[in-house]
Ligand binder design. Structure first.
Ligand code: SF4
Length: 757
């Protein structure tokens, strides 16, 4: 098979948007090490899956090794999502990257200055961490220690186990700036039961032949989920379902799918959803039987949405009224079931939770919930949490409830704290936790301060803690200049995964090569620390068998009729399917399958789908999903708009990087060498800006420089900046002004100005 040069890689990756199925053509990636390329050693093949992007597609990969090093990567036949993208293929330059951290290191100069590190042994590192954390526990209480993860997601469950065993409820993840606001909004509609909420939180793609209308809200799977895009496109081509795409950008999803594109002003989706609700009710195109029996607050909702006439909504959203009317005509004439498909980023506005509640309610309103062709609630869910281990393994069912009263976030965001039973403390208020003495130390895996708005305040928070240890692949000054210790971790090809689940199929992922230098897998690091903290039994004494011991504990606590052993799982190279006990069912609330007491209904306070939320009412918020302007918008702050007349949207994906990752990979950097700001053509012309010009992007909160890319693929009046650049951290421009329900900032709707630098 042919080798591929870097030039060919770039050409192909660019031509395919860097995300398409490069490996489908049997194109191979050659290790950059020429000696390995020339080696006559026999090739060894190992099968595994990729986790270079952090949202768990786990594309199947075939690794070819020579001399115990990975030599090239191919797609793995008959496995999940095997259309590998550029990030997966270029991961060879991650594992063998000369910039990797290879040894434990401790700081020798004050935090806040460019790091000076001294190499130490693992024994010293683990003993120091245990001494510091136990010291803080003794002096202030275990809850003052925070356990944090960013990317990857795999260590979350063992870190949770460590936090709760230690006695702290403060396990937090990057998801408190990403996905969890969508789940929170979903819980407010359907109740806090996690399997229901997680099934419905992102909505669903249409089922060919069954779904009548799909409304896709700000989701661009062609870039953010390239692995699934072929399936989505095939479903589109083989069905009569109508696609309404709601997005201020003209994305490749819009090009590929849309029957109708609604290019609305960022942050106004809630008004559009309420307008759809009103139109459906006025046309009688809603499920009266469901509403009568299972809706709470429907009459109030019905009255409220009358405000959202097509004309008024067109004005709010800055969309021609005919376009909105056309969408309504489609919804009314095609009928149900419908699906709404969103993205984790949908609620990244100061009105995000209410807007997303308004979107979620369209599904039950039309009688589309958990029926063939509509969004489904999980059938016979396993006792497995969002991080693919059992609730019993991560101790979220037995230990977390006993620690719940210690949560720091309840004082600031009580709705978040009350509805989170899975264990994700809201981290956006970390600076406040530190200032008020609620956080004194942190142990963190793959955390990057750049993810937070006004990132410098989070840097200061880590700096002000009494002790902070980070585990990472690279030394990132943005974060590690503010910590006391940096530990080297194994990359995905070097570590086990606790267990991988594709629906009900479980697969064991084993390491393909040994970790570089003295790097250790995250699972082992947690078990070593847990043991040193005094929990030898709970962490099996740590050591090299840690990952295996964790997997055994997972299997021991898995609720299945016939227990599965580690050896059985290991031997099942194509995975083990956990059979269902009965047949799949629809409308599970009618059958009493959603509530612990087995009664029909939902897990909301009223037992019904809450068009008016009793939980929010109890906390002093509007019960209805009322539309409110974003806190900083052309309408809510015209005086700011006069000076900052463009809407800034960030957090949107690009094909070659996942968030702040992969900037050390030369092949990928050649695809996007510099930070880019995309401007609409007329806005650029008005400012005398051409593609390639260096420009200054400013808000009242900060400024950064980037290269301009002039485009017509945006709504006029908005700009789009990819995040995660150390030299141009866009989150310095975003204020710490949060959605009062979720504490999410306005990553997608703040005001800015762009000028030539
Ligand atoms: S989409 Fe790309 S980066 Fe993500 S798992 Fe698949 S190959 Fe890896």
């Amino acid at each position: 098979m042919a080798k591929i040069s870097r030039r060919t890689f770039l050409k192909l990756a660019t031509a395919t948007g860097a995300g398409a199925a490069l490996a489908n053509s049997n194109i191979l990636f050659q290790n950059v090490d020429p000696a390995l390329a020339e080696s006559t050693s026999p090739e060894v093949v190992k099968y595994t899956h990729c986790v270079q992007c952090n949202h768990g597609p786990r594309c199947g990969t075939k690794l070819i090794l020579k001399d115990d090093k990975i030599y090239r990567i191919e797609k793995r036949e008959n496995y999940n999502n095997n259309d590998l993208c550029a990030k997966g293929l270029a991961s060879l330059q991650d594992i063998y990257n000369p910039k990797r951290v290879l040894y434990p290191m401790k700081r020798t100069n004050p935090k806040g200055e460019p790091s000076k590190w001294e190499r130490i042994s693992w024994d010293e590192a683990i003993a120091t961490i245990a001494e510091k954390l136990n010291g803080i526990k003794e002096k202030y209480g275990a809850d003052k220690v925070f356990f944090l993860t960013g990317d990857p997601k795999e260590p979350r469950s063992v870190l949770q186990r460590l936090a709760y065993t230690f006695g702290s409820p403060h396990m937090g993840t990057e998801s408190s700036t990403c996905y969890l606001a969508a789940e929170l909004a979903t819980k407010l509609v359907y109740g806090p039961e996690w399997h229901t909420a997680s099934s419905l939180a992102m909505g669903a793609m249409p089922t060919p032949g069954k779904t009548k209308v799909a409304i896709i809200w700000g989701n661009n799977a062609s870039i953010s989920s390239t692995f699934s895009f072929n399936r989505i496109k095939n479903a589109r081509d083989s069905s009569t379902c109508k696609y309404i795409l709601v997005d201020p950008r003209v994305t490749s999803n819009v090009h590929a799918l849309a029957d109708l594109h609604i290019q609305l002003r960022p942050g106004t989706d809630g008004a559009l959803a309420l307008c759809f609700g009103n139109a459906l009710i006025e046309a009688g195109a809603y499920d009266k039987e469901f509403v009568e029996k299972w809706a709470h607050g429907f009459e109030e909702y019905k009255e409220y949405v009358k405000e959202f006439t097509v004309e008024k909504t067109a004005g709010i959203c800055e969309v021609p009224a005919e376009v909105i009317q056309k969408a309504i005509d489609i919804l009314v004439s095609e009928g149900a079931p419908i699906v709404c498909k969103a993205s984790a980023a949908f609620p990244h506005h100061t009105n995000g939770v209410d807007s997303y509640r308004a979107v979620q309610l369209l599904v039950p309103l039309t009688g589309s919930l958990d029926v063939p062709g509509g969004p489904a609630i999980a059938n016979e869910p396993l006792n497995i949490d969002q991080w693919n281990t059992t609730f019993e393994f991560c101790r979220s069912k037995d230990l977390l409830p006993k620690l719940d009263h210690l949560r720091a976030d309840r004082e600031y965001y009580p709705v978040w704290a009350d509805l989170d039973k899975q264990g994700s403390v809201q981290l956006n208020v970390l600076p406040e936790y530190v200032k008020t003495g609620k956080a004194k130390a942190a142990l963190m895996f793959g955390v990057n301060c750049m993810m937070w708005p006004q990132s410098q305040e989070y840097q200061k928070a880590f700096q002000d803690m009494e002790f902070c240890a980070a585990v990472d692949i690279y030394d990132n000054p943005w974060t590690h200049d503010y910590v006391d210790m940096l530990l080297p971790t194994a990359v995905s090809w070097e570590r086990s995964c606790p267990v991988t689940l594709f629906g009900r199929k479980m697969i064991l992922r084993e390491p393909a090569v040994k970790p570089a230098g003295e790097a250790r897998p995250d699972y082992r690091i947690c078990c070593d620390i847990g043991t040193a903290l005094g929990y030898k039994e709970e962490f099996w004494g740590g050591g090299e068998e840690s990952e295996k011991n964790c997997i055994k504990e997972f299997l021991r606590t898995l609720d299945v009729d016939k227990p599965i052993t580690y050896e059985e799982l290991q031997a099942a190279k194509d995975g083990l399917v956990i059979p269902m006990r009965g047949e799949p069912k629809n409308k599970k609330w009618e059958l009493g399958l959603l509530r612990e007491d087995g009664k029909p209904g939902f897990t909301t306070p009223t037992g019904k789908v809450e068009f008016a939320s009793e939980t929010l009412k109890d906390h002093g918020f509007d019960a209805l999903p009322k539309y409110k302007e974003p806190h900083i918008s052309p309408v809510s702050q015209p005086e700011v708009f006069a000076k900052y007349p463009l809407i800034l949207s960030t957090g949107n994906r690009v094909p070659m990087f996942t968030h702040s990752k992969q900037r050390n990979i030369p092949w990928l950097r050649e695809l996007m060498p510099d930070p880019i700001v995309r401007l609409y053509k007329a806005d650029a012309e008005e400012r005398g800006i051409k593609s390639g010009d260096e420009v200054l992007i400013s808000t009242p909160h900060g400024e950064i420089k980037a290269k301009a890319e002039v485009t017509v693929l945006l709504k006029p009046g908005m700009i789009d900046i990819f995040h995660g650049w150390a030299q141009a951290n866009v989150n310095l421009l975003i204020p710490r002004d949060f959605d009062p329900i979720s504490a999410f900032p306005a990553y997608k709707s703040t005001l800015c100005q762009v000028t030539k630098a």
